[in-house]
Design a binder for this molecule. Structure first.
Ligand SMILES: *Cc1c(COP(=O)(O)O)cnc(C)c1O
Length: 461
């Protein structure tokens, strides 16, 4: 296969992609679950000699789509969305064609400079103050890891990186029980130890209690431990909980602690001014993460980190050996110094295409529709016999259950085996509940109203 063949086959792939998307509604959303069924269709070893693309493509069509869970299916209401707007897919094709590695400004100036502009566009679109700058990461998990490593180094006067943590006071971090497991993972990977992530109790609205946060910090200080940072939740994965951001930030500030806000899912909704009250006070944070690859339409992977001041993070993560120096260019930014990996894909291109092809107003309309339709579907479900709404919609996420966990789980299995819609579960307040989130880029009101229809059909008789 050479570049002339690639021209032919990429046109063929574009046609395939169009047909695939056009027929998504006819496919079951979730892949049928038979472990090993796909692997069994592949030979045990790699071919010694070249195979014709005709055959490779035919095998792809036969084996792969039936083994996929269709994330771009308009009736995907599971987890959170991983949207891929058509304009984003086009940009990824172009980025793939150039296949750059944008670790330094000079290794692709356009990749770095468009990334800088996209961060500014998004900062303004979310209503954040001009002072914030930022960078792109692959995922919210590595973004949160970068923020926690930075807070760790600030707390230890940058001794952790050099001398290790063993000679340091015991570090303490604070988060609510509603924060995502990526925070726990980052705390583990950063060498802080899970036991030093203090889970602060929440109030009736499942928001971190600022008084409890203040109490925990004061108690740790009195015990000779070293508070190092606060991680706040703006739209938790389980039920969409928001911490009381302004009050919690005030507590952190009073103790001179840095704060990182995880808005991986809900951040996209903040392009709509009417939702910003949910994270009021966020401009006091030092670091904020949100994933355009969830709700905004820029496909996976694409996580944005806004930073009040990048200096401590660059001091934590930046290394500049001679082979990465750029002679005579002191003013440029080398984004690898802001992130964990050295190598970087050209992720900014899909943001540029997506923001321009739909416009902020087009993206706002989608998100507003999703929120409105989620509320409508929730109201329709609430009218069904046996169904209990457990948590009301926060943006476009709500949960429901039947009378006990076994009945709820059995219903969820029936729904997902049916295949017209796809929902997933969480545990809330000790209860097994079904999550519904609306956010797929191409979904319509009819797609969303299929949720109460399918549930009504599949309720126990
Ligand atoms: C999805 C999600 C994450 C993890 O995102 P990745 O980009 O997959 O690492 C973290 N926090 C919240 C609130 C999320 O919704």
């Amino acid at each position: 296969m050479n570049h002339d063949d690639l021209r032919h086959w990429s046109k063929h792939a574009a046609d395939w992609a169009h047909d695939y998307h056009a027929t998504l509604r006819d496919r079951p959303v979730r892949a049928p679950l038979t472990p090993g069924a796909i692997a069994a269709q592949l030979p045990a070893t790699a071919p010694e000699t070249a195979e014709p693309m005709q055959q490779i493509f035919a095998d792809f069509e036969a084996i792969v789509p039936p083994g996929m869970t269709h994330w771009q299916h308009p009736r995907f209401f599971a987890y959170f969305p991983a949207n891929a707007a058509p304009a984003s897919m086009l940009a990824e094709q172009l980025a793939n064609a150039m296949a750059c590695q944008g670790m330094l400004w000079q290794t692709s100036p356009a990749a770095t400079e468009i990334e800088q502009v996209m961060i500014e566009w998004l900062r303004d679109a979310l209503g954040l103050p001009k002072g914030f700058t930022g960078t792109l990461h692959d995922s919210a998990t590595t973004t949160t890891l970068s923020a926690i490593l930075t807070m760790r180094e600030q707390a230890t006067a940058f001794a952790g990186n050099i001398a290790g943590l063993s000679g340091q006071p015991q570090l303490r971090f604070y988060a609510s029980a509603q924060t995502h497991s990526s925070v726990d993972k980052a705390i583990r990977v950063a060498g802080v130890g899970q036991e030093n992530l203090v889970k602060i109790p929440t109030d009736a609205g499942f928001s971190m209690r600022p008084g409890a946060l203040a109490g925990a910090i004061a108690a740790d200080k009195a015990a000779g431990l070293l508070p190092a940072g606060v991680i706040l939740c703006a739209g938790g994965t389980s039920i969409g909980a928001f911490d009381r951001i302004a009050e919690c930030i005030a507590v952190a500030k009073a103790h001179d602690l840095p704060m990182h806000v995880d808005a991986a899912w809900a951040g996209s909704a903040m392009i709509c001014p009417e939702f910003r009250a949910l994270w009021a006070g966020v401009e006091g944070a030092d670091s904020i993460v949100f994933n355009p690859h969830k709700w905004l339409g820029a496909q996976f992977d694409c996580a944005v980190q806004f930073l009040r001041d990048p200096t401590p993070q660059v001091k934590t993560l930046g290394l500049r050996p001679t082979y990465l120096e750029t002679a005579g260019r002191e003013e440029i930014v080398n984004f690898n110094e802001w992130t964990v990996p050295l190598g970087r894909r050209f992720r900014a291109l899909k943001l540029w295409f997506t923001l321009r092809a739909y416009g902020l107003e087009g993206l706002r309309n989608r998100i507003r529709n999703h929120v409105a339709w989620a509320n409508e579907a929730c109201a329709a479900l609430a009218k069904l016999d046996q169904v209990q709404i457990v948590t009301q919609p926060i943006l476009s996420l709500f949960t429901f259950a039947l009378k006990n966990d076994a009945a709820t789980e059995a219903l969820l299995n029936r729904i997902n085996d049916d295949g017209r819609i796809y929902l997933t579960q969480t545990r809330h307040d000790g209860r097994y509940v079904i999550r519904v989130q609306v956010g797929q880029f191409d979904c319509t009101r009819d797609d969303v109203m299929m949720i109460p229809q399918v549930v009504a059909e599949l309720l126990p008789r």
